[in-house]
Design a protein around this ligand. Structure first.
Ligand code: C5P
Length: 215
């Protein structure tokens, strides 16, 4: 709790595979907060469309699907496929889809027990009043290697160069879109995990959150 008893809300943004999911889970566990990986809301919307054979470029249909999404049923293990991430970044350019999902994300952030939300626009759009904001990044090569290790570590096969090319393509789509592009909030703390391990990033973030809670 902050001194005025407002619930603790931590915003974590950054590009794909920068380590924001792991960092957010660690922060949520440490401070006893609910956690929402908002990327899953875009992924679930895209998967629902794909499962029903619906087009990914019809904004009205995609927004209706987004409005009907149940946040309690989101499961990264069924949404982690690379093609779903690609499809998610396509529906994520649509303002009506964003509006529906941002509304659900804001409702989640209002939990009296506080919350950690991670995504691309949490500090800038979803929770501009968050207690503290982080922007987690790393070089594309390091992010690609992490994703590669994750896939091969789970017994899958992957092509490192192709993963890096996809990551760069997704970065471009996320940073260049007109509605809520990926960018650090002016008051975000920058955490570059290129050289730093996730554990060191967590320690740095924890110190900054503790300092914010003392004020
Ligand atoms: O983080 P993740 O890779 O699961 O996100 C999938 C896609 O969803 C991103 O590439 C981005 O286009 C979109 N997204 C977004 N805003 C968020 C979270 C994710 O536009 N807050």
């Amino acid at each position: 709790m902050t001194s005025d008893q407002a619930p603790l809300v931590i915003a974590v943004d950054g590009p794909a595979a920068a380590g924001k999911g792991t960092l957010s889970r660690r922060l949520a566990g440490h401070y006893g907060l609910n956690h929402l990986d908002t990327g899953l809301t875009y992924r679930a919307t895209a998967k629902a469309l794909m499962d029903r054979g619906l087009p990914l470029d019809d904004e009205t249909v995609a927004a209706r699907t987004a409005r009907n999404l149940d946040l309690s049923g989101l499961d990264r293990s069924v949404l982690s496929a690379h093609e779903i991430g690609e499809a998610a970044s396509k529906v994520a350019v649509m303002p009506q889809v964003r509006q529906a999902l941002v509304e659900a994300q804001r409702a989640f952030a209002k939990a009296p027990s506080g919350a950690v939300l991670d995504g691309r626009d949490i500090g800038t759009v979803v929770c501009p009043e968050a207690t503290i904001k982080f922007y987690v990044t790393a070089s594309p090569a390091v992010r690609a290697k992490r994703r590669f290790d994750e896939i091969t570590g789970n017994g899958g096969s992957a092509d490192l160069a192709a993963i890096q090319a996809d990551i760069e393509k997704r970065d471009a789509r996320d940073t260049e879109r007109a509605d809520s592009p990926l960018r650090p909030a002016a008051d975000a703390h920058l955490l570059d995990t290129t050289e730093m391990g996730i554990e060191a990033a967590f320690e740095a973030a924890r110190r900054l959150v503790d300092a914010a809670l003392e004020h």
